[in-house]
Design a protein around this ligand. Sequence first.
Ligand code: ASP
Ligand code: MG
Length: 482
Amino acid sequence: MIVMKFGGTSVEDAAAIERVAEIVRSRAADGPVVVVSAMARVTDQLLAAGKAAAAGDRDRALEFAASLRQRHLSAASELLPGTHFFNLQPALESNFKLLQDLLTGVATLHELSPRSTDCLLSFGELLSSEIVSAAFSVRGLASARVDSRECLLTDASYTKAAPLFGETGARLEARVRPLLAQQLIPVMGGFIGSTLDGVPTTIGRGGSDYSASIFGAALNAERIEIWTDVPGMMTTDPNLCSEARLIEEISFEEAAELASFGAKVLHPATLLPAIEKSIPVFVLNSRDAAGAGTCIRAHVPGNHHPVRAIAAKRHTTIVNVAGERGEIPRGFLREVLAVFDRHQCQVDIVASSQVRITLAVESDTAGPQLVADLERFAQVTSEPRQAIVSVVGENLRGRQGIAASIFGSVAAAGVNVRMISQGASEINITFVIREEDVPAAVRRLHSDLFADDQAVVHRMAASVPASRQQAVTEPVLQPEES
Ligand code: ASP
Ligand code: MG
């Protein structure tokens, strides 16, 4: 069996869902389990409705609900002829009724807790999975919609719940495996789950990819396909650099580094379950089903480029924490990290000297309360509007001269480097620059690192001692240590 996950834009309207049905038909013999996101922008609109309700604006909240109802019903009626639409309508309407009741309750209480947020957000995937499943059946793809809340079991950390893998696996075996045995195509919403006592949860924004991988690993899928609206993983963000190109093959380790350092194609946790079972993951374009896409798997040999890709992650803040008496007392790092942990602030890079510790963190999570907590025992300064640039590739292992060439490119772009990290992972070199410098730095790096093959060969050859040049000037460069 395989898992096929379709993102929001891949199910955004009737035409998109038509395309999904044809793509799934092309894989019918492989025993697909289909996982869908909410239709594009629906999760954001549900959140906006919840915020309006929490601010007491019930009418505005209900307007959001009405427009969501309109959009889903019109997609459903376009996809489903006459009686089929009428068969599905009650299920959709009962969801809209629940949604209205929930928003009315939130407006009455002026309160939107993380727990009610998850209940609210679950409607997006509940509705899309109903419609997609019905659309499949009408098109001769015998399908069964499965309520993911009954399969993906999580803890109770609402809005970012952690999956309970054992229980989830058992539920999938009980509910999904038998459908596959009957040659049915299970259709499930991504992103949503529930606690052991049945309270709805979500596993974090963009989490449908992660759901797909959890399901794929639990069911021992042959492969996991993530269908999206871009050709695959790219050498860098094409919005930043028009020369970005498709990566056809990439290792788990490289792709995981890219996902956690800003490549938006995949939710950062997606690969973990797949890695554990060594299940290849494909990123494919639902608007160009014949495209090659990107294959992510355990071992991919280095190619002739010195690196595989360049990622940039904006919204980063540098926090400098110094000991109060000009030195770092014992246990200081532990105490500092405990504060970040308590505020659920994600630390991406740490550097330390005799007198202070410098951390690069996600700006959204580094609020004034966190700074106040640090100031109880340390001197703190922060530098907002920074970005982390990460250069990733198996070829970086033991490659002489590559750091010099990377920082040479950054300098040539006129960009100052504020922090550097290398070594924690052998396959990336990561550094922090000002957010506004990202386009210049990335473009320059990309043109230097992905120049046409001959130029790369020459530059790399020039950066290693003559005694090793022979190996490096071979047409296909291999990592020097492997
Ligand atoms: N619909 C959810 C979101 O927008 C989950 C997902 O699309 O992956 O975050
Ligand atoms: Mg996504």
